[in-house]
Design a protein around this ligand. Structure first.
Ligand SMILES: Nc1ncnc2c1ncn2[C@@H]1O[C@H](COP(=O)(O)OP(=O)(O)OP(=O)(O)O)[C@@H](O)[C@H]1O
Ligand SMILES: [Mg+2]
Length: 263
């Protein structure tokens, strides 16, 4: 599926034209072509990103989740990028608020749905930046506007890498240790807890783990930080146990703690 931004632009123009003519449009009709994919504010955002040359086109869809769509796109200079478009309407507002409230970086965010989703996308951008600075492999963030986040596409050329759940690991121990190193680097190096770490949010590229999906990541000062960290540790331990590693939660904790002195 190729989604040309020119088409989106045309729709935005048409919509503006309709508003000018004071023709009332039913929300249904404006959802006709792109509606099942994008609301009009999102189309405008995509168009603005295109004008700023941060996005050329959306090429194919990788994932349609509950919170977001992820596309393979062409970014600055035509290079392949991943484009994550957070949904406004179906976003789980209450869950999101839980992660935003308590983060001093987002204290002033207005409490309506759209503002929370925009803050969420910004939070993911910043978390990816922060994680990358502390030596954790994550997609490098390229641009963010409103509910759209453009980042490095992890994979081979324009072929996205698969989540760990869908791959076969030749050396699970090695990957496990790398993931623990990343949890430690996040925690000791940049005060961050991923908070949704699992085999679904780790991509495997050239046998190496890459952490993704950091919208919900929180600072270690967050009131629920310990709970989130414990949950991440539990998920990772269970996954690798399932692959045959003889490890306990305590082993995982110990290995993470051991990184404290090394960082
Ligand atoms: N930078 C990227 N490079 C390649 N693939 C990506 C990238 N970011 C995300 N993906 C793909 O898109 C999928 C969904 O991304 P992500 O986990 O960030 O969204 P999500 O918030 O989990 O969406 P939902 O939970 O609603 O399904 C990932 O499992 C992965 O397959
Ligand atoms: Mg995910």
């Amino acid at each position: 599926m190729t989604l040309f931004l020119a088409k989106i632009r045309q729709e935005v123009y048409e919509k503006q034209e309709q508003i000018r003519k004071r023709k009332k449009t039913k929300s249904r009709s404006d959802r006709k072509i792109w509606g099942y994919v994008f609301d009009s504010a999102t189309k405008e955002t995509l168009f603005e990103l295109q004008q700023k040359q941060q996005l050329e086109s959306l090429e194919s869809i990788i994932s349609t989740g509950k919170e977001a769509y992820v596309f393979v796109g062409k970014g600055p200079g035509g290079a392949p990028v991943a484009v994550k478009v957070y949904k406004i309407e179906t976003s789980s507002f209450n869950t999101m608020s839980k992660y935003i409230v308590g983060d001093p970086r987002f204290e002033k965010v207005k409490k309506d749905k759209r503002a929370i989703v925009y803050a969420w996308a910004k939070k993911e951008f910043r978390n990816l930046e922060r994680a990358s600075k502390s030596g954790v492999k994550v997609p490098l963030p390229i641009a963010q506007k409103n509910n759209v986040l453009i980042m490095e596409l992890i994979g081979k050329k324009d072929e996205p890498a698969l989540p760990m759940i869908n791959t076969r690991l030749n050396d699970p121990k090695k990957v496990y240790e790398k993931v623990l190193e990343y949890i430690a680097r996040l925690f000791y190096g940049s005060d961050l807890i991923h908070a949704d770490l699992s085999e679904y949010n780790i991509l495997i590229n050239k046998k190496e783990p890459i952490l993704i999906d950091m919208g919900q990541s929180v600072l270690s000062s967050h009131p629920m930080a310990q709970e989130f960290l414990d949950r991440d540790i539990l998920h990772i331990t269970n996954f690798f146990k399932g692959l045959g590693l003889n490890i306990s939660i305590e082993d995982t904790r110990k290995s993470i703690r051991a990184w404290k002195e090394r960082l």
